[in-house]
Design a protein around this ligand. Structure first.
Ligand code: SAH
Length: 291
């Protein structure tokens, strides 16, 4: 189903589209819509990739939080695990999983530049033999049915929508297989109207943890663990390193309108998070497939 060039497995169709990284809020809907139409090219996707490729990660998260989730999932100590890390980016979570577990991991993303960096990082961490980068769309994972012990996905499932992703990925898990994903979550029952309006517009699926767990249950999963990502996963691990790249990025692109718009959209998103972080964040959801 796929063929190999260098270290990266490519799908013959070469899906390429929709920004998958935390797309600036103003653009998220646009790319989401394009992506739903079947992954056509997007003009400034290269600009987005260039802003994110050098980052330690392409979305909020942290190594300690990845390890906490895999402990909640009961994975340490198990042997010969088959894992798919979906929307892996440059591999922040992939490397933690590869180092912590006895596992082979298929690392799936549709941005070849991210996968190339992941392949380099896997080699320098000595885990290249257990990590296979795979260029594919998360909407059509080229994996055999019931082949995975674990599907992992940090900061990525929103690209196809939480419910659609949960429903679509279930078939790739073995009975009792583990799904571990992070997803935008309301942290309180109520929230300021401006925040509610923003996310209702940009990602209408945002919900409380109770609502997300109900989705998991509706689709044949039993929730086994949840925790909200601490603020440092957003600020120290994702936004601050990005802010430090802004000046170099703008210089590199001659302060073009498109590059400035992208940076401005990121700045707005950062300001929104800083203001409202008590109300909204990422939840880490760990669930077991009910056979
Ligand atoms: N898991 C990584 C990256 C999160 S950013 C981390 O935590 O750092 C979201 C990732 O999803 C990006 O790397 C983006 O390229 C990828 N992505 C977005 N839409 C996708 C799609 N339709 N198919 C495959 N990957 C996609």
């Amino acid at each position: 189903m796929c063929y190999k060039t260098g270290q990266i497995y490519l799908l013959p169709t070469g899906a390429r589209a929709g920004a998958g990284v935390m797309v600036p809020a103003a653009r998220r809907r646009q790319y989401g819509a394009l992506s739903r139409l079947g992954d056509p090219p997007v003009d400034d996707l290269d600009l987005i990739i260039d802003l994110h490729a050098d980052g330690p990660r392409q979305g909020p998260g942290g190594a300690d939080e990845t390890r906490l989730a895999l402990t909640l999932a009961g994975l340490p100590g198990r042997t010969d695990l088959r894992i798919a890390d979906v929307g892996c980016g440059t591999g922040a979570s992939t490397l933690v999983l590869a180092e912590a577990l006895d596992a082979t991991i298929v690392a799936v993303d549709f941005v070849p530049e991210f996968l190339a960096r992941l392949a380099d990082a896997a080699a320098s961490h000595g885990v290249a033999d257990r990590v296979t980068p795979l260029r594919a769309s998360m909407r059509a994972l080229p994996l055999p049915a019931a082949s995975c012990d674990v599907i992992w996905s940090e900061g990525a499932i929103y690209n196809m929508g939480f419910e659609a992703g949960v429903a679509a990925w279930r078939q790739f898990l073995k009975p009792q297989g583990v799904l571990a994903v992070t997803e935008l979550t309301w942290l309180t029952a109520e929230r300021p109207a401006a925040l509610q309006a923003h996310w209702a517009r940009e990602y209408p699926e945002v919900d409380t943890a109770a609502g997300k767990m109900a989705v998991l249950e509706r689709h044949g999963f039993s929730p086994v663990g949840y925790f909200p990502l601490p603020a440092h996963c957003w600020l120290d691990n994702y936004y601050r390193p990005m802010q430090q790249r802004f000046d170099g990025y703008l210089d590199r692109h001659g302060h073009s309108d498109a590059a400035r718009a992208l940076v401005q959209a990121e700045r707005s998103e950062i300001a929104l998070y800083e203001r409202y972080r008590d109300y909204v964040g990422y939840g880490f959801y760990v669930a077991r497939k009910v056979a």
